[in-house]
Design a protein around this ligand. Sequence first.
Ligand SMILES: [Fe+2]
Length: 186
Amino acid sequence: MALTTNEILELLETRGQAQYGREAVSQLEHALQCAQLAEQHNESQETVVAALLHDLGHLLAPNKDDATEAQQQRDDLHQFVALPFLRGVLPDAVLEPIRMHVDAKRYLCATESDYWDSLSPASKRSLELQGGIFSGSEANAFIAQPFAEQAVRLRRYDDWAKVPQQATASLSHYQAMVEAVAISRS
Ligand SMILES: [Fe+2]
């Protein structure tokens, strides 16, 4: 079931032309902006790759336009969808921030008073579908997990990576990095 690193990047390239939810950028533009922000903030290669691939689940899930209205009202759980395709190919340092990037929004809403205000309308709306703001004890349990800090930082890049027409490196810039962090299968 796992994809190869080439298949992962091909998926981003081909299916990434779709619009990123209700934002004014495509999935691929969003992924490249997110990875670029992680790089600019001197993140590890694993966190940069997690930023690049954090929404891969959106590209693997059925097309939302084909969903019924009731289905569109539900959370798509995209943070989990990509994991079976990446497990065994990429390490936990990549997988765990991807898995936790939605809960990181719930965490930041609970711990930073002005964070909720900074979210885009689409992101505020999806927060409710994703379970809403964490309670104090939920926030504490969340941040105690391995890679939670990386997930929180990834979340901020995710929030900022929605700028129309933003110049970024191309996907090929990240190919070597994805291969460098991939689990050796030899
Ligand atoms: Fe995202």
